[in-house]
Write a new protein. Structure first.
Length: 383
């Protein structure tokens, strides 16, 4: 997964001087000819765009048109909005901005169809996304925060500290950039990049709604997965709101002592509570929770762990995703192949209400596990 990283020091380059304050929907200017009160309309939901248009003296219908131009067509220039009258396009040019992220680089794996995208935010911070192509399946892994304060021990992003939540537009823009650079249509979205999605709940849900909306990206709700380290109140909020998206919970241990060691938030929301929450989600129609389990050598990969895991999941309608850790020279290592096989087979032979999958990491040669490239490039922030 993720490795260690350096401390962030803000550089004082021109772009930073031009971009000091960031709040939802408003962003300081990148270019001299854009005034500071430009509204970032990328990231607004269908309803928000309708309301914004009405507020500007236009119709709700116009908001729907903007929504299509921004997301279905992914335009980068207001003048491309050919069915919008010139006077309103001029108004948009003066008052709205489509800019959120700058694409810094794309790293391509030599071995697999995996690409890693590095983006720079307006204040010169870095975030990343990963595009993974397997046959006709094209999955994009998105970031939701700059850094993360959940502090999982095996995670590079967790070592970076936390800068801020990403705006909805910055989350959506990651996908738009990937779509511009690849020819195969995106079939799946996973919120598993930098950050804890449920600590940026509203913006992540807004982004998912935009991805799902028929006039937006039109992706089925079952093709959008939100992954959480286990923010229990938000999991129940997600369930209560009857969100249609898939839920993945990072378990990563079979007992509370081990889990608290590698995921300190476990002392607040322990394993049994998470399993219970997952079970509640799976009781909703057509839902099945996914538990993720990163296999760490000599930490959580013993047969005793497999036994405890079986006891925990037996009776829960769920999937168990075993993810052998990508070693990166830190204190954690990937288990040997025969150990991975033994662990998986133990559970595979006993699976009842749960189904075991083993995920083989893609793009190891470019550190394609989420969190790694942004960390490796953080020195750029110190230039
Ligand atoms: S919640 Fe995710 S991004 Fe945050 S520290 Fe844990 S693994 Fe890393």
């Amino acid at each position: 997964m993720k490795n260690s990283c350096c401390i962030v020091k803000n550089s004082c380059n021109i772009r930073m001087m031009n971009s000091i304050s960031i709040e939802q929907g408003k962003i300081a200017p990148l270019k001299k000819n854009i005034s500071s009160d430009h509204t970032i309309i990328k990231g607004m939901t269908f309803t928000e765009l309708q309301e914004w248009c009405i507020d500007k003296g236009e119709s709700a219908y116009r908001g729907g048109q903007l929504f299509e131009w921004l997301y279905r067509h992914g335009i980068t220039n207001i003048d491309e909005m050919s069915n919008i009258k010139k006077s309103f396009r001029d108004f948009l040019t003066l008052n709205a901005s489509l800019e959120t992220l700058t694409l810094e680089s794309v790293s391509e794996s030599n071995q697999e169809s995996t690409q890693k995208y590095l983006f720079k935010t307006h204040e010169s911070k870095f975030i990343e996304s990963v595009s993974i192509i397997e046959k006709q399946r094209h999955t994009v892994c998105l970031s939701t925060q700059i850094g993360c304060n959940v502090d999982c021990d095996f995670c590079a992003t967790g070592k970076m500290g936390f800068s801020r939540n990403l705006l909805t537009g910055e989350i959506v823009d990651q996908l738009l950039w990937v779509m511009r650079k690849t020819t195969l249509p995106v079939t799946n979205i996973v919120f598993m990049g930098m950050g804890e999605p449920f600590l940026n709940y509203k913006r992540v849900m807004d982004a998912a709604d935009i991805f799902h909306h028929q006039r937006g990206f039109d992706l089925a709700s079952t093709r959008i997965t939100i992954s959480t380290a286990g923010i229990l109140p938000r999991i129940y909020q997600f369930i209560t709101e009857n969100r249609k998206y898939k839920l993945a919970i990072s378990l990563n241990a079979s007992d509370d002592i081990t889990r608290t060691q590698i995921m300190p938030l476990n002392s607040k929301w322990p394993i049994k509570e998470l399993i219970k929450a997952g079970k509640t989600y799976s009781e909703l129609p057509r839902r099945r929770v996914m538990f993720e389990y990163v296999l760490l050598k000599n930490v959580n990969d013993s047969i005793e762990d497999a036994y405890r895991l079986h006891k925990l999941l037996n009776g829960v309608q769920c999937k168990l995703n075993l993810i052998p850790y990508n070693s990166m020279g830190g204190i954690f290592n990937r288990p040997d192949e025969d150990k991975i096989k033994e662990f998986a087979e133990y559970l595979y032979d006993r699976q009842t209400t749960y189904r075991v999958l083993v995920r083989r990491s893609k793009g190891k040669d470019i550190n394609a596990a989420c969190g790694q490239l942004a960390v490796n490039n953080k020195e750029k922030e110190n230039l």
